[in-house]
Design a protein around this ligand. Structure first.
Ligand SMILES: Cc1cc2nc3c(=O)[nH]c(=O)nc-3n(C[C@H](O)[C@H](O)[C@H](O)COP(=O)(O)OP(=O)(O)OC[C@H]3O[C@@H](n4cnc5c(N)ncnc54)[C@H](O)[C@@H]3O)c2cc1C
Length: 267
């Protein structure tokens, strides 16, 4: 379903017309309008469409492909844009129309298709996937297991194109999961996101002595900004005393901590 307020999407839909056969689909559309004038008129009224309509998404397990090419538009502004190459995409999926009709019959609805399908014989797809698949070598795929483009340094692909095939469900969560995984695999760079005043006040070193072994990160430097301003005072703040209470009473532990502080500072 579309959410409330998405009624404008109803303007993309009209009465359902099958493709295939010798008669052009646009002619069949005119025939359908004459046979079902009331249904056609109802499809022209978009108010309430989002709340009253069910969108049926057809997902097949067939091995299919879509080739995108850059082509000049024949309508204004006549710019070049990506468009699918003709002849490769099925324009009509009979089982989808059969199912839509069956469902409409059950619920007393009107089976509909998009205008571009019935007038131009051009189908609609919302899930274009698989253009830059993962492969162990450049001959098997565009990217490796960490989303890095084979043969390029610091070039990543993190979008729907890395999903190798139709998962059979809506893909955006999988796309997000793949992208988050790729980001998590990028090692942190030292001194990343450090402001100039942080360098001047040696916040990094201060951070290293305050939280031994912690990694430099946005959260780390953010937290240190407050402590940086009052860093002299912080040596005697109760919080620090509590954190280090055990350490200050134990010489061995404080020696060990001093060692790890040095290590962290070197890092
Ligand atoms: C109508 C519709 C409904 C959908 N409904 C669902 C759904 O309910 N659930 C679901 O899981 N999926 C749904 N999808 C599919 C889902 O939205 C896509 O699979 C997903 O968004 C693809 O993610 P992506 O990162 O690959 O590309 P996109 O989300 O398209 O991101 C590409 C980004 O690149 C930007 N961009 C393009 N060119 C340039 C350029 N030259 N320079 C800079 N930026 C550029 C674009 O502005 C865009 O922000 C729907 C898709 C459509 C069209």
């Amino acid at each position: 379903r579309y959410s409330k307020g998405s009624d404008v999407m109803g303007m993309l839909a009209t009465v359902m017309v099958d493709g295939g056969g010798p008669i052009p689909r646009a002619l069949k559309f005119i025939g359908t309008v004459f046979r079902h004038p009331l249904q056609y008129l109802r499809t022209l009224w978009p108010i309430g469409f989002a709340q009253k309509s069910i969108i049926l998404l057809v997902m097949q397990t067939l091995d299919d492909s879509l080739k995108l090419v850059r082509r000049r538009r024949w309508i204004w502004p006549f710019t070049r844009s990506l468009t699918s190459a003709e002849g490769e995409v099925p324009t009509y999926i009979p089982v989808a129309n059969q199912f839509a009709r069956k469902l409409a019959n059950r619920i007393g609805g009107i089976p509909q298709s998009s205008y571009n399908e019935v007038l131009l014989d051009v189908p609609v797809t919302a899930h274009i996937l698989g253009g830059c698949c993962i492969g162990a070598t450049p001959s098997d795929g565009v990217i490796d297991l960490e989303n890095r483009v084979h043969g390029y340094k610091n070039m990543y692909v993190c979008d729907g194109s890395v999903i190798p095939a139709n998962p059979g469900v809506n893909p955006s969560l999988s796309i997000t999961a793949f992208s988050e995984r790729a980001m998590a695999l990028i090692p942190p760079k030292s001194m990343i996101n450090v402001f100039s005043f942080e360098k001047k006040w040696k916040v990094q070193q201060l951070l290293a002595t305050r939280s031994v072994g912690s990694r430099t990160s946005r959260t780390g430097t953010g937290g240190s900004r407050t402590s940086g301003v009052s860093r002299k005072k912080s040596k005697t703040t109760p919080r620090k005393k509590t954190n280090q209470a055990a350490g200050s009473s134990n010489k061995k532990k404080s020696k060990a901590r001093a060692g790890s502080r040095k290590k962290a500072a070197r890092r």
